[in-house]
Write a protein that binds this ligand. Structure first.
Ligand code: S3P
Length: 453
């Protein structure tokens, strides 16, 4: 299957103008974290894994390509419907060429873990943004299993990894609160004789743990004084599972904030995943006075899912507790947009991780807000956004997105409710996580279009 990829040489500017009320029902695309994991775990399982609702965005398509290069067979049966025939734990074969993960830190780091304990060599690469992002956070703990790597001392892509021939179990306390690092280590532990224990002092999203259990892995969790200890006994076979991917709360956050800040709006976001390790944005927006209610809460394949009703609200600024950061780590750009429309300051701290995402999100958000007439103070680990209150946001900015999909989408949401249109320099990266963003936002009434069209 070939899904359209963006032409990275041609920037695609977009502009959002003030719209009327947003109304109707919205189904955000499948969850990106779950989609990557379903493909990787399916590839590490003997037998057929069926996936429904897979996010067919560039990031996930690149992970599918990497799993194919490693020997698994993946077939697209229809929209979001995929069949994976895996090669089993330890069954990956040496790829013929580099594994290119494009813009995706998750696809890249999880796949590094998946190959780290299989004796093959594989070169990992990605786009200019991914080649700037730190890989040592995952390579150094994987080296304790016996992984070798070469390319450069900085631990930046492109890098060639040589999986351990005789891997040893590890006990490792995470140094950064990163679900990507945790997941890479858990995937590596699958092919290691004996029991490895990964200890997480600060909780991060737990989709890997849940999905490993669904695939029959020997995994156990124990609360300890050091944090959650996740133990995996390796060299046991995984059993194929059926995965239904719910809507991505990180993508749903864009229409959600758009509805909160656009007068008269009332929308329903369907089938959104409500895993507690991902719902910090809902909690924060409710504290800001957002009229957000959950309806029809249910369990789909081990994840809590619900429909979210959102109505336009007069928001007030809040202090976001730093310990909440991991549960909304990707939502700070769009929260900053909500904060700009609120009354009073919103303080966000403990966010040094945002400097090593697809872009330096603290500086990209601060620059974008300033260009739209919003006062903001940037510190090494956070932002204070001075809300414009009832007067509203001026807008009119030309925002640099720095190859970051979430910066582009956040400022397009801002343009829908500010006095003057907001322009983003390049929307091409939106395809990495939310390919139908423009049409999905147009459904309830957003006005997003090419400049001068
Ligand atoms: C992800 C974890 C987060 C998040 C990323 C997806 C995952 O990264 O920012 O978009 O699927 O595990 P970190 O775990 O590195 O914070």
């Amino acid at each position: 299957m070939v899904l359209p990829m963006h032409d990275s040489s041609a920037p695609q500017p977009l502009q959002a103008a003030k719209s009327g009320p947003l109304t109707g029902t919205v189904l955000a695309p499948g969850d990106k974290s779950i989609s990557h994991r379903a493909l990787i775990l399916g590839a590490m399982t003997v037998g057929e894994t069926r996936i429904e609702g897979l996010l067919e965005a560039e990031d996930v398509v690149n992970t599918a390509g990497a799993m194919r290069s490693l020997g698994a067979s993946l077939e697209r049966l229809g929209t979001g419907a995929w069949r994976v025939q895996g090669v089993g734990v330890g069954g990956f074969s040496q790829p013929d060429g580099p594994l290119d993960f494009g813009n995706s830190g998750t696809g890249c780091r999880l796949s590094m873990g998946a190959v780290a304990t299989t004796p093959i060599a594989a070169t990992f690469t990605g786009d200019a943004s991914l080649c700037r992002r730190p890989m040592k956070r995952v390579l150094e703990p994987l080296a304790a299993f016996g992984l070798g790597w070469s390319g450069n001392d900085k631990g930046l892509l492109p890098l060639t990894l040589t999986g351990a021939a005789d891997p040893l179990p590890i006990r490792y306390i995470l140094k950064v609160p990163s679900a990507q690092v945790k997941s890479a280590l858990l995937l590596a532990a699958l092919n290691v004789p004996g029991t490895s224990t990964i200890i997480e002092p600060i909780a991060t999203r737990d989709h890997t743990e849940r999905m490993l259990r669904a695939f029959g892995a020997a995994i156990s969790l124990e609360e300890t004084a050091e944090g959650m200890a996740i133990s995996i006994t390796g060299e046991t076979d995984l059993k194929p599972a059926a995965i239904a991917v719910p809507a991505d709360p990180s993508s749903a956050a864009f229409p959600l904030v758009a509805a909160l800040i656009t007068p008269g709006s009332d929308i329903l976001l369907e089938r959104v995943m409500l895993n507690p390790s991902r719902t910090g944005i809902l909690q924060t927006l409710k504290e800001m006075g957002g009229d957000i209610t959950i309806e029809n809460e249910r369990d789909i394949g081990g994840e809590i899912v619900g429909d979210i009703r959102v109505r336009h609200s007069a928001l007030k600024g809040v202090d976001v507790p730093p310990e909440r950061a991991p549960s909304m780590i990707d939502e700070f750009p769009v929260l900053s947009i909500a904060a700009a429309f609120a009354e009073g300051p919103t303080t966000m701290r403990g966010l040094e991780e945002l400097r090593v995402k697809e872009s330096d999100r603290l500086s990209a958000v601060a620059a974008g807000l300033k260009s739209c007439g919003v006062a903001v103070t940037e510190s090494p680990d956070g932002l204070v956004v001075e809300g414009c209150g009832p007067e509203g946001v001026k807008g009119g900015g030309h925002v640099l997105t720095h190859m970051d999909h979430r910066i582009a989408m956040s400022f397009l949401v801002m343009g829908g409710a500010s006095r003057e249109p907001v322009h983003v320099d390049d929307s091409a990266m939106i395809a990495t996580s939310f390919p139908n963003f423009e049409s999905l936002m147009a459904g309830p009434g957003a006005l997003i279009q090419r400049p001068n069209s």
